[in-house]
Ligand binder design. Structure first.
Ligand code: NAD
Ligand code: UGA
Length: 459
């Protein structure tokens, strides 16, 4: 088969894998190769057990792998053979030196720029898929052109907006695809080539273009706005608990204003995931770098409220359970940072588990997809922890259940049966407000939702 163009993606993670599988599925005329420095990740992509759990992903990969979708560790060959290179490596928060705990760690990203420069033998379009600080494309261009071998590189910004758990749906039917380019003739040509790929399935009016700096910044701002909504509603949960107002009723009333909208107003234990915190801190760092301290402080509070919400949850558990958790068995319902994923990066469950262990509680953790990651996250932490997939078995003999992830299976459980098997008095702390609280109370539980009056038999 002769392909129209060869696409390479460097980084076979949560973004690179699904995004390239979608492009391969929608564009059989392109050959799509995904490379990674991690050979075991590549081996998993080629196996029956993919490295990530994402509804619909298995089918997509099965339908394209070996036809026009390929996974390999041969990075040099991939660079030589491709015309378009997506860079989708991780850009975590920097944990050392200047900007530690705030700035983006660009070492993985910079390494790919150098690899591309070293092995490229012809013109390439480089697409920033990773989330990066504003002006990164400039640095990329400087590295690529720092030794003049006559090869032209055009750098585009094409941030990814997919959310985990709904990645395939988000890729298939995105709200928008954003492409930032330089406004030179060659930048605009490169932009048009990328537009042509997406136009295979995304309506033209949803493919928007901008200058490259607006594109880079829009990604950070989109995540900051989304996280801000969660911190806003979570900040009000604290007030609801003091005033007997109900956060669901408040969210409904507020969200019905079409200017505000009703999405992303689910009160919770706090947001997790690999990106919200890192991207806000990245934005904060950028503001500080440009001397905009007041703007930096404003956005930093979004993370501050998130930390407050998790700590508040622990203090509430402690206070309610007679000011001691030592020796008590607590069942953690869910370890993933949200439902429908096995990803536990920055999951609130990690923080809550560690704090409960500090209080010398014993933990039983149950999750349908994230137990393996949970074991890695809590590896080496002092304390008694067991991991049990069956929630009935996990909660038997426990003093309390703490709901961390909004898995539908938890809402569907037989709580009468669970109550019978637990130590009394039995407590439920619903960090996601997914359970039927009235019914739980009737069964005999002491129920502590988020941002709603507690239902307790304790006098
Ligand atoms: P990830 O950690 O799952 O995947 C990154 C992959 O890049 C890893 O497999 C790593 O081995 C590989 N890698 C690192 N350096 C490499 C190199 N030099 N050569 C080849 N491979 C290399 O990360 P992710 O969640 O896919 O995120 C990637 C980027 O996309 C980040 O910037 C993130 O902010 C952004 N993003 C993530 C999501 C999400 O839902 N996870 C959504 C939108 C944007
Ligand atoms: C988020 C964004 O939604 C994506 O658009 C973005 O591409 C991605 O980050 C990224 O850049 O990585 P993701 O983190 O996968 O996606 O998942 P979300 O659905 O945004 O949830 C993030 C966290 O917020 C989860 O812990 C979730 O449980 C929590 N959340 C979400 C709430 O507590 N309340 C809500 O109403 C919504």
């Amino acid at each position: 088969m002769v392909f129209k163009k060869n696409i390479l993606c460097i980084g076979a993670g949560y973004v690179g894998g699904p995004t390239m599988a979608m492009i391969a599925h929608k564009c059989p005329q392109y050959k799509v190769t995904v490379v990674d420095i991690n050979p075991s990740r590549i081996a998993q992509w080629k196996s029956d057990t993919l490295p990530i759990y994402e509804p619909g992903l298995d089918e997509l990969v099965k339908g394209t792998i070996g036809k026009n979708l390929f996974f390999t560790t041969e990075i040099e060959k991939g660079i030589k053979e491709s015309e378009i290179i997506f860079v989708s490596v991780n850009t975590p928060t920097k944990m050392f030196g200047a900007g530690a705990g705030m700035a983006a760690d660009l070492q993985y990203w910079e390494k790919t720029a150098r690899q591309i420069r070293e092995h490229a033998e012809s013109h390439k379009i480089i697409v920033e898929k990773s989330t990066l600080p504003v002006k990164t494309a400039l640095a990329m261009e400087r590295i690529l052109t720092s030794f003049n071998n006559g090869i032209r590189f055009d750098v585009l910004s094409n941030p990814e907006f997919l959310a985990e758990g709904t990645a395939i749906k988000d890729l298939e039917d995105p709200d928008r695809v954003l492409i930032g380019s330089s406004e030179t003739p060659s930048g605009l040509n490169a932009r048009d080539e990328l537009v042509e790929i997406y136009a295979n399935w995304v309506p033209k009016e949803r493919i928007i273009t901008s200058n490259i700096w607006s594109s880079e910044l829009s990604k950070l701002v989109a995540n900051a706005f989304l996280a801000q909504r969660i911190s806003s509603i979570n900040s009000i949960t604290a007030l609801c608990e003091k005033t007997d107002a109900d956060i669901n009723e408040v969210a409904r009333a507020v969200g019905m204003d079409s200017r505000i909208g009703n999405k992303f107003l689910n009160a919770s234990i706090g947001f997790g995931g690999s990106c919200f915190k890192k991207d806000i801190l990245n934005l904060v760092y950028l503001c500080q770098y440009y001397g905009l301290e007041v703007v930096a402080d404003y956005w930093e509070r979004v993370v501050g409220i998130n930390d407050y919400q998790k700590e508040r949850f622990i203090l509430n558990m402690l206070g309610t359970m007679f000011n001691t958790l030592a020796g008590k068995n607590i069942c953690i319902f869910g370890f993933a940072f949200k439902a429908n994923t096995g990803d536990t990066r920055e999951s609130p469950a990690i923080f809550i588990s560690k704090r409960l262990l500090e209080e010398r509680a014993k933990l039983v953790i149950t999750d349908p997809k994230a137990l393996k990651n949970a074991m890695t996250d809590l590896n080496g932490i002092d304390g008694e922890i067991s991991y049990i997939e069956d929630p009935y078995e996990a909660s038997a003999g426990c003093d309390a259940i703490a709901v961390m992830t909004e898995w539908q299976i938890f809402a569907d459980l037989d709580f009468e049966k669970i109550y019978q098997s637990m130590t009394k008095p039995a407590f439920i702390f619903d960090g996601r407000n997914i359970l039927d609280h009235k019914r739980l109370f009737e069964i005999g539980f002491n129920v502590f939702p988020i941002g709603k009056p507690a239902l307790t038999h304790l006098k």
